[in-house]
Design a protein around this ligand. Structure first.
Ligand SMILES: Nc1ncnc2c1ncn2[C@@H]1O[C@H](COP(=O)(O)OP(=O)(O)O)[C@@H](O)[C@H]1O
Ligand SMILES: [Mg+2]
Length: 363
């Protein structure tokens, strides 16, 4: 329990449907990998930590959670260190997130002999993991692997092999889920290219379930903002209907941006905060468009003015690389399951409106 005092706290809103979905996946015997994807800051990591909190009470479950966000990963040896707990991790200077309680060193604890064998490449890491799962299952436990920011493993190759680590890991997880039904695997990523790759690989897409985590629904945002004293323990101010509507109109259900606004309300009036957000997003769009002499980026942005989400058919194949760049730069989001591109959040929709000089209510 958090005992520290703040004038505003962070909160966790709803996600009942998504939490239930994750529980549903876990209640069935392992048979597929679950991919949790969605735009940056939609709440994937937060949702997974919430799931872990809930599972902490379930003694039959053995959760192995790895958040690769703040982990430095460059080589196969880094992968071994991150996945397998070794006693010298700190001395080796490996940076591993310690921010949240579940970001732990190593998914699997090794005894000294196995550790030496593994480091000497005399032991197969995949076999070690499989053995551990068998051991847990024998004890009546249900192993669950959760890897956040999985795409950070891309670019790493297996020693003396042409195969990438990601391919090998994915094949291993398919074997652990669909084939031997040993453990559940949840993989989260906001990297659209990575998801697209997995989704378009028929071998993988037929062995995985894909779950999009979008921003919060309007009703949930309104419930949140109507009771900030309860959800955020804010005592200094409350929001009226007009304020709530303005926040929703500006940032939609983006939880990080909503919290950002609330924190600034101690200092500034809402209209000023909203104006600043729109200006900042317009500058972001302007900067992105400015980096392209052909004006193709500008043309692309303009097409999102009237339709904030567009199916892939709406574009020409020559626009593919520029769309990819927009996704990479967090301007657009791509959903491979829907086959559609959309603006990354409502505030960026304001950004393009401002950039093209369209200001409702103003001449
Ligand atoms: N359900 C929620 N209710 C309130 N705030 C949330 C919720 N989900 C996420 N947030 C906040 O939004 C921010 C981004 O969430 P995060 O889980 O890091 O997103 P992602 O992993 O999708 O990039 C965090 O600061 C978190 O506190
Ligand atoms: Mg995250």
């Amino acid at each position: 329990m958090e005992k520290r005092k703040f004038k505003i706290k962070t909160t966790f809103i709803d996600r009942k449907q998504e939490v239930r979905l994750l529980h549903n996946y876990l209640e069935a015997q392992p048979n597929s990998i679950l991919f949790l994807y969605g735009p940056k800051s939609s709440g994937k990591t937060t949702l997974l930590y919430r799931l872990c909190d809930e599972l902490a009470e379930d003694k039959s479950c053995e959760v192995k959670f790895l958040n690769l966000r703040e982990t430095f990963l460059d080589s196969y040896d880094d992968f071994l260190q991150v996945f397998f707990k070794t006693r010298n991790n700190r001395e080796n200077g490996l940076k591993v997130s310690t921010k949240r309680q579940y970001s732990m060193f190593g998914l699997f604890k090794l005894d000294a002999v196995v550790e030496r064998m593994l480091k000497g490449k005399k032991e197969d890491p995949f076999l070690i993991m499989e053995k551990e799962f068998h051991k847990l299952v024998k004890k009546g436990r249900k192993p669950l692997i959760i890897i956040d920011e999985f795409h950070k493993l891309s670019g790493i190759y297996l020693p003396e092999k042409q195969k990438t680590l990601i391919t090998e890991l994915m094949n291993f997880f398919v074997a652990m889920t669909k084939e031997s039904h040993l453990c559940h695997v949840i993989i989260a990523s906001s990297d659209a290219f990575f998801i697209e790759e997995v989704y378009n690989d028929s071998k993988l897409s037929k062995t995985s379930a894909f779950q999009n985590l979008d921003y919060l629904f309007c009703a949930d945002v309104k419930e949140w903002l109507s009771h900030i004293n309860r959800y955020n323990e804010v005592a200094d101010f409350s929001l009226n209907e007009k304020d709530i509507e303005l926040i929703w109109e500006t940032v939609g259900g983006s939880p990080w941006e909503i919290q950002y606004i609330l924190e600034r309300l101690f200092e500034f009036p809402l209209t000023k905060i909203v104006e600043k957000i729109k200006k900042e997003r317009a500058a972001m769009v302007a900067d992105w468009c400015f980096q392209d002499e052909t004006n193709e980026r500008k043309k692309l942005m303009k097409s999102f003015l009237d339709h904030s989400v567009q199916p892939i058919q709406a574009f020409d194949p020559y626009q593919r690389s520029i769309l990819g760049q927009a996704v990479h730069d967090n301007i657009l989001f791509y959903d491979p399951v829907e086959g559609a591109y959309g603006m990354q959040g409502k505030s960026l929709e304001w950004g393009i409106k401002e950039y093209f000089g369209i200001r409702p209510g103003k001449k």
